[in-house]
Design a protein around this ligand. Structure first.
Ligand code: AMP
Ligand code: ZN
Length: 665
């Protein structure tokens, strides 16, 4: 086998596995084996850049940054859909089209209306070339690099399908993945995302495709657009698309009459809550493509299709009490405690009221009968009040003025929707919340210690901040509820082991407001030690790439607090990593600050990844495409010919691997 054949066979094999896993939901290889093969392919592609292919499975990890998305005019306009809300609406629609077609012989396809962001995928000669958002229907944004990271979308399709076509579909965020993303955000002290639809649609426009790759997005396809007259019906074209590798949901069905359509609608109105993703209705389409052509379009939508919207499920129930939750950062969230009621397949007892503005806007009061809805949001929402049911002695809600946990007066700063309890060091949920964050998996990852144990240790007066953890002894722990010698020892061992955790994670673990994982990494890299960070002033902070005023202010507030400083000096004395390690330090400089560098070709003294890391460690930025902004290109053997021409056209200089090594040493 030649190298080229080897590369092609690996790509084909990996594509097949991706398809089995992401489209058929039926893994045929372990993750481990998949990784080995992917690495093998990566290595071969790195050694032979002449065989580069943007549709290789190695290109799905993302990493490319798009600053401005190109506007592209759709070859075929992306229309909206007419809506219907009742049986009568559907029967009217049927009458209209039967009249236009001059026949009662009309068959329909019923599909669910997937709730996400529409996308148009262009394929040429069986290869994925472009993805564009719907935009205003005439023009959209090109988001190709982001879409390529979605693994259920085939990049190369099997031969017996049409070869030049557009595939339309919906980018969605399945509920499970959405919930996981939110758990992570909450753990990082960030506001959870409101609903899967907006999050999916926001993901398409992220500048860093590497970030998109991390999100569990999926793509459900619902229309083939092509001039090749291979299929007679819409249903047939979708089935063929599914065979060719696209994820076309198996929920699609044919219906011979509006009666059968209604049967589908009613069935899914019930069953939709069991789906792994959200749907807000059904789309009914005339099945024959010839009849579709005959019916054509109005100025806004196809005449051959109509959406049927499910009613957002709403129930009314009594609001018994408004309570207030205190988060680890002190943020207050008002919660409506409801008379339990069935809604969309679950029993609802609580609903979020978001903040005081929301309560004021709705004028909700204890004792009111309220409308609760489960729309796109995971947590049910209160939509309004049934004023006819309001008790005569009802009083307007007075928002909490004091913290329900510690009694401190709440504060609210300008521009903040939330109230905060400022009693950072005396308010139980804030104290334990910070320690729980400190020990969490993404922070200090302390084994043998869980959230409940933190509560217990705090209640017993053994800990009050995370530095106290390092003074805990086995003898102190054993007498606690459900603790044995072994578990106590495990806990202490876990705490000792956390002293090895790298500075960037420690910085995240400290729980400085707005300093999430990524920001912590940036700050650690830039300032190199907690002392440098603490001594940095506002201007220095906001001059760091991607650090804004909000973060800078929060860091300053943290740093000026005597208590925080005392805790940090204790952590230092226990041996917790509060600066980046010597080893990492030795490899870092600012020699390439402000430089945007492209790497291309095969290298001998270091691997491509080592080269990229070296660029970043020395303050430079790696970019994958050449533009006017490129400072220079580090070229190895066999630099891609198109890159070479582009570099020459733009007058970007090209240096060798050795030049680069000399430059940083
Ligand atoms: P609307 O935005 O209400 O005009 O509805 C049209 C949108 O519904 C399209 O742009 C698609 O993004 C979306 N949609 C979701 N599922 C389907 C489907 N099965 N067929 C057609 N469009 C769909
Ligand atoms: Zn409090």
């Amino acid at each position: 086998m030649t190298i080229k054949e080897k590369i092609e066979s690996l790509r084909e094999e990996l594509n097949k596995h991706n398809y089995n896993y992401y489209v058929l939901d039926n893994a045929t290889i372990s993750d481990y084996e998949f990784d080995i093969k992917l690495k093998e392919l990566e290595k071969l592609e790195e050694e032979h850049p002449e065989f580069f292919d943007e549709n290789s499975p190695t290109q799905r990890v993302g990493g490319q940054i798009t600053k401005n998305f190109n506007t592209i005019t759709h070859k075929n306009r992306m229309y909206s859909l007419d809506n219907s809300y009742s049986k009568e609406d559907l029967l009217d629609w049927e009458k209209r089209i039967q009249k236009m077609l001059g026949t009662t012989e009309v068959e329909y396809t019923c599909e669910l209306k997937y709730d996400g962001a529409s996308i148009n995928l262009t394929f040429e000669n069986g290869k994925f070339v472009r993805a564009v958002t719907r935009g205003d229907g005439v023009q959209g944004d090109e988001v190709t690099t982001n879409i390529r990271t979605i693994k259920s979308i085939p990049l190369v399709i099997s031969e017996d399908f049409v070869s030049n076509f557009e595939m339309r579909g919906e980018i969605i965020l399945p509920l499970e993945g959405f919930n996981l993303m939110n758990e992570e955000r909450v753990a990082n002290g960030e506001e959870p995302y409101r609903n899967p639809r907006n999050t999916a649609s926001g993901s398409l426009k992220l500048q860093d495709s590497g970030e998109v790759a991390k999100r569990p997005l999926d793509c459900l396809l619902y229309q083939v657009v092509t001039n090749e007259r291979k299929y007679k019906t819409h249903f047939e074209s979708l089935e063929a698309a599914r065979k060719a590798g696209f994820k076309v949901p198996h929920t699609i069905e044919l219906a011979k009459s509006i009666e059968e359509v209604l049967e589908f609608v009613n069935r899914w109105d019930e069953k939709r809550h069991d789906l792994p993703y959200e749907t807000d209705g059904v789309v009914i389409k005339v099945n024959s493509l010839e009849q579709q052509d005959e019916l054509g379009y109005t100025s806004k939508s196809p005449r051959w299709a109509i959406a049927y919207k499910f009613k957002a499920e709403q129930v009314s129930t009594i609001l018994n009490e408004i309570t207030y939750q205190v988060g680890r950062t002190g943020a207050i969230t008002p919660v409506a405690n409801l008379e339990p009621v069935h809604l969309a397949g679950t029993i609802v007892k609580r609903a979020s009221l978001h903040n005081s503005d929301q309560i004021e806007k709705l004028d909700v009061r204890v004792g009111d009968t309220v409308y609760v809805e489960k729309g796109g949001e995971i947590i049910p929402k209160i939509m309004g009040v049934d004023l006819s049911m309001r008790p005569s002695d009802s009083e307007p809600t007075r928002y909490a003025t004091h913290c329900p946990e510690c009694g401190t007066e709440l504060v609210r700063t300008d521009g903040d929707a939330k109230h905060y309890c400022p009693n950072e060091f005396g308010c139980a949920p804030q104290i334990t919340g910070r320690i729980q964050h400190y020990i969490s998996r993404k922070a200090m990852d302390i084994d043998g210690l869980g959230a409940e144990t933190v509560d217990l240790l705090y209640k017993e007066g053994l800990i009050e901040n995370y530095a106290d953890l390092y003074e805990l002894t086995v003898d102190q722990i054993i007498p606690l509820e459900r603790m044995a010698e072994k578990s106590a020892q495990n806990m202490v061992d876990g705490i000792v082991k956390s002293k090895e955790i790298a500075f960037e994670k420690v910085l995240f673990a400290l729980g400085i407001r707005f300093v999430g994982e990524t920001v912590a990494k940036k700050l650690a890299k830039h300032f190199k030690s907690i002392d440098n960070l603490i001594n940095a002033d506002f201007d220095t902070l906001i001059n760091v790439d991607e650090i804004g005023e909000k973060i800078a202010e929060s860091v300053i507030n943290f740093s000026k607090d005597e208590k925080n400083l005392a805790t940090i000096s204790r952590l230092k004395s226990y041996g917790v990593q509060l600066e980046i390690s010597q080893e990492e330090l030795e490899n870092q400089s600012t020699k390439l600050e402000g430089k945007i560098i492209v790497v291309s070709g095969v290298f001998h003294q270091m691997s491509r990844n080592e080269l990229k890391k070296a660029i970043e460690d020395n303050g430079g930025k790696v970019s994958s495409s050449i533009s006017k902004k490129t400072s220079f290109i580090v070229a190895g053997d066999n630099m891609g010919p198109s890159k070479l021409t582009k570099a020459q056209d733009l007058g970007v200089s090209i240096i060798t691997e050795q030049d680069f090594i000399n430059m940083i040493n």
